[in-house]
Design a protein around this ligand. Structure first.
Ligand SMILES: [Zn+2]
Ligand SMILES: [Zn+2]
Length: 394
């Protein structure tokens, strides 16, 4: 077996530099599709190490290739990290906080990039010890629709060469550093945005019989979708639907407004149920509005698809992770209804999206989110080892 000790040895020496890389990325976060300086910094690392890549993918994305030299092999495995930060004012207490006011790496994408850089560095240093090719993708714009993954795919990031598998990781606050896990099968939800407008003539509050009341229709729709979900959703299918924004256009204590806007989300782990509900919801809101003498117009902004971890690949992932981390360090990861545009890759090729323990913290997307630096070499080594093993090296 290729010695995993050589990965750990390289990372032990490289760890101080790798942590500096992570901190540098953390201090200079950039919003989705605006990752210009982040991209330039990653480019400078790759150039310094002599690793070939091309730039300009979906804006500031980068794609490159590390080739193993041990045995001739055309097998290709891909590794992906997302690059963008969030519009959040950091309150982490870090000695290396964001220098870009109002922007924060609150989803750990700084850690993801540092892990991928570390993995690429190790794979390049050890290239004489393994066979095959590792394609790496630094992907912009994970946090906003349509997501950088779909754009990079459209630009051909999964072509020439086509990888047989893609691996990605996400920080997991609350999971100890040194631990990692994967949820086989459907593991993250499809996520669609709902925009609903209900309109009626409105009128004087004292004369409702002369008006149609879109507020009442909205109220019936808000509670009604919960009944719809209760009757349409197969009981074992995880899904949520709800409205987080309700706004009347006009209206007063004595005025029935003419328009109401609702915004909400619909998430599920079942692609068939997703399509069915898109149709049923449209019928349902029209019928309720109609019964109230109002009209409803529903727009569904399709978000990311269901993220499916290929069950066979996930079983291998567990074996390889247990080799690298030790069986005691594997964590059970339940499915969740958050969404991730890594799902676009897993629709085309088998994928493994796994969780890396980054220690105690508030949740991601919180101003107080923190991720322990010591998780970075763990993630880097695990990515490198997974790539080498999935390429058939023993
Ligand atoms: Zn996020
Ligand atoms: Zn994220």
């Amino acid at each position: 077996m290729m010695d995993l000790k050589s990965i750990k040895d390289i990372l032990r020496d490289f760890e101080p530099q790798l942590i500096q890389i992570r901190r540098r990325l953390h201090t200079t976060p950039e919003l989705s599709f605006k990752e210009e300086n982040t991209s330039a910094f990653i480019r400078s690392c790759l150039e310094e190490w002599g690793i070939p890549f091309s730039a300009g993918w979906a804006g500031y994305g980068l794609v490159g290739l590390v080739s193993g030299e041990r045995a001739p092999s055309n097998r290709v495995v891909a590794l992906r990290a997302d690059m963008d930060a969030l519009p959040i004012t950091e309150d982490s207490g870090y000695p290396f906080p964001s220098q870009n006011n109002g922007v924060m790496h609150a989803c750990g994408h700084d850690v993801h990039m540092a892990c991928l850089l570390g993995a690429v560095y190790v794979l390049h240093r050890l290239r004489q010890d393994w066979g095959g090719k590792v394609k790496f993708l630094f992907q912009p714009g994970e946090e906003v629709l349509p997501g950088g993954a779909s754009l990079m795919i459209r630009e051909g990031a999964l072509q020439n060469p086509v990888p047989e598998l893609i691996l990605g990781l996400h920080v997991q606050p609350g999971l100890d550093v040194g631990k990692a896990g994967i949820c086989p099968g459907p593991s993250m939800a499809s996520s669609d945005e709902l925009y609903l407008e209900i309109s009626g003539p409105g009128g004087h509050a004292a004369m409702p019989h002369l008006a149609a009341d879109p507020v009442l229709a909205a109220a019936r729709i808000i509670t009604g979708v919960q009944e719809l979900m209760a009757r349409e959703r197969p009981p074992m299918t995880p899904a949520v639907m709800g409205f987080g924004k309700l706004e009347t256009i006009g209206g007063a204590t004595n005025v029935i407004p003419a328009r109401v806007k609702l915004e909400g989300t619909f998430r599920t782990l079942d692609p068939e149920f997703r399509e069915k509900m898109h149709l049923r919801l449209d019928e349902f809101v029209r019928a309720i509005a109609d019964a109230s003498g109002a009209e409803a117009e529903l727009k569904i902004n399709r978000g990311y698809p269901v993220l499916v971890n290929d069950p066979l690949a996930a079983a291998k992932w567990l074996q390889f992770a247990s080799e690298y981390l030790g069986a005691d360090s594997l964590a059970e990861i339940p499915p969740r209804l958050t969404a991730e545009d890594f799902a676009h890759y897993t629709r085309l090729i088998p994928g493994c999206f796994f969780r890396l323990g980054t220690g105690p913290s508030s949740n991601v997307h919180s101003p107080k989110f923190v991720a322990n630096d010591e998780a970075v070499p763990v993630g880097a080594g695990l990515l490198a080892w997974q790539a080498i093993r999935f390429l058939g090296n023993t």
